[in-house]
Design a protein around this ligand. Structure first.
Ligand code: VGL
Ligand code: ZN
Length: 209
């Protein structure tokens, strides 16, 4: 049972969005091609879905600027520009993404007191989103993950998948992903590899299919 998880392919993380990732829009055709020809049995997506008063937004910390380190519930927290606010265009999936094959969309980041990079659970690792149970129930054996951004939500989702879905082969699809900062992208790739996440390209997946 082969599954593809598309992480946060939203306007907010593409050029023109509030937390734009360089080249973020370039992964949309890669996602569409993999959905059509990648041989997947199940395709799911995650969607960053914040309330306007979310504690990860610098605007909710008087005097603080985006991309500064701050604190949220007593823990270090990167302070972001307001992004992916519920029901705004910034939070919508990219308009060119073919939604017809996406069976399930996991929203995350609704609790203002904690950030949720991973599609599987909050950053403090307490509340689960339910995606792991969903995938277990479907009998997933292979999980390919890519999207935006490599160094935050893709990394966190891939590492959580290894831990929360024992026995599942988890792969990071490199060209289906773009990241925020070159240094943290490199660290993310190393951390994923150390956790047991394999790296694969969309060309390799299409060749296997
Ligand atoms: C993300 C920062 C804040 C992501 C989401 O999707 O990688 N990054 N919220
Ligand atoms: Zn966010």
């Amino acid at each position: 049972m082969k599954c593809l998880l598309l992480v946060d392919l939203q306007n907010g993380f593409c050029p023109g969005g509030n937390l734009a990732v360089a080249g973020g829009h370039e992964v949309i055709p890669v996602a569409n091609r993999l959905m059509a020809e990648g041989g997947y049995d199940l395709i799911v997506a995650s969607q960053d879905w914040h309330p306007a008063d979310h504690g990860s937004f610098a605007s909710n910390h008087p005097g603080r600027q985006p991309f500064e380190m701050g604190e949220l519930a007593g823990k270090p927290q990167m302070l972001w520009p307001d992004h992916c606010v519920q029901h705004t265009d910034d939070a919508a999936l990219h308009p060119d993404l073919d939604r017809s094959k996406i069976a399930y969309i996991q929203r995350k980041g609704m609790n203002r007191h904690v950030d949720s990079y991973s599609a599987f659970r909050d950053n403090d690792r307490t509340a689960h989103t339910g995606l792991a149970e969903f995938l277990k129930g479907r009998g997933v054996t292979d999980l390919d993950i890519g999207g935006l951004a490599t160094d935050y939500c893709v990394q966190a989702s891939a590492i959580d998948a290894v831990e929360m879905l024992p026995g599942v082969r988890v792969r990071f699809v490199k060209d289906l992903s773009r990241g925020i900062d070159p240094a943290t992208i490199k660290a993310a790739e190393q951390a994923m590899a150390a956790a047991g996440v394999q790296t694969v390209t969309s060309a390799e997946i299409l060749h296997e299919a």
